[in-house]
Design a protein around this ligand. Structure first.
Ligand code: NAP
Length: 258
């Protein structure tokens, strides 16, 4: 263990945890630490209009890259940082790795495991949403359930033949395919509702990202039941930092440093 990173006993009262959030795990961790009396600040990007709010202190908005984050950590006396952002939020994770390395603050990545296909699943893995859009164009006219989030939707905009049911939390602000319908909704989703959505809209293919977790997994079960193909976007690569998969492990890691 690196003793430079342990707060001295007299500093323990000011030891504060920063959670980079925007996920259910980030909220759960903030709740768990706050209830134990550990000072915690959660940070949100500010993208969602009505975010679910975590316990403890909250700040909203970007830091201004790694330099801005490093200076914010210093000014606010942050003892440890937990990067509990979404598996597809690449920039903030690399910013966190760079900023914490620069000023010597310990960083832990909390990332839920990805999804894995079962024997009845018909999944095609692709590297990014551009490759997912190419898959749909290659397959000809389709009725697509598209759940990759509102960012990056513009890669589907020049598809003239397929119809897209686009599900996202807030309305998209980018170019969209000519033939589409938007459903504003957020998890948790139930299998029966996902089956109903697929049936009502005669969906014949699902495009999603490997977000992982139980909140949004029901669509994969529904696709399996209806024998639908799934195009699934692989997670981006991550900076090499210490990493855990569960809130309990992250909470134990913080307590070890108090
Ligand atoms: P991103 O590309 O990694 O971040 C873009 C910029 O937004 C970052 O450089 C940073 O600005 C700011 N930012 C991101 N997360 C932040 C946070 N937790 N606190 C303060 N600033 C933050 O991320 P993204 O894909 O746009 O996602 C934005 C947020 O939504 C993330 O926090 C993530 O957890 C959540 N989210 C993302 C997805 C997804 O599919 N991408 C899904 C669900 C939730 P500065 O450089 O100025 O610091």
């Amino acid at each position: 263990m690196d003793l430079r990173h342990l707060p001295a006993p007299e500093d323990r009262l000011t030891f504060r945890v920063l959670i980079l959030g925007g996920t259910v795990e980030a909220r759960e961790l903030a709740g768990e630490l706050a209830i134990s009396g550990i000072p915690v600040t959660s940070s949100l990007a500010g993208r969602v209009r009505r975010p679910r709010l975590p316990a403890g202190e909250l700040r909203i908005g970007g830091f201004g890259g790694p330099a801005g984050l490093a200076s914010w950590l210093g000014v606010h006396g942050i003892g440890v940082v937990i990067d509990a952002t979404h598996p597809f939020a690449e920039r903030i994770s690399s910013s966190a790795a760079e900023a914490t390395a620069r000023i010597g603050v310990p960083l832990l990545r909390l990332e839920r495991p990805g999804w894995t296909a079962g024997p009845l699943d018909r999944w095609t893995w692709v590297a990014d949403v551009t490759a997912a859009a190419a898959q749909i164009r290659e397959r000809g006219p389709r009725r697509v359930l598209l759940t990759t989030g509102r960012q990056g939707l513009s890669v589907f905009a020049d598809d003239p033949v397929s119809w897209f049911l686009i599900r996202c939390v807030d309305p998209p602000a980018v170019a969209l395919p000519g033939r589409h319908q938007i459903v504003l909704d957020r998890g948790p989703f139930k299998l029966a509702d996902e089956l109903d959505l697929i049936d009502r809209h005669a969906i014949d293919i699902l495009i999603t990202k490997d977000s992982g977790g139980p909140m949004t997994a029901a669509k994969l079960g529904a696709a399996r039941e209806r024998r639908l193909p799934v195009v699934i976007v692989r997670r981006p690569s991550r900076p090499p930092v210490a990493s855990v998969e569960t809130v309990a492990e992250a909470s134990a890691w913080v307590r070890d440093r108090l």
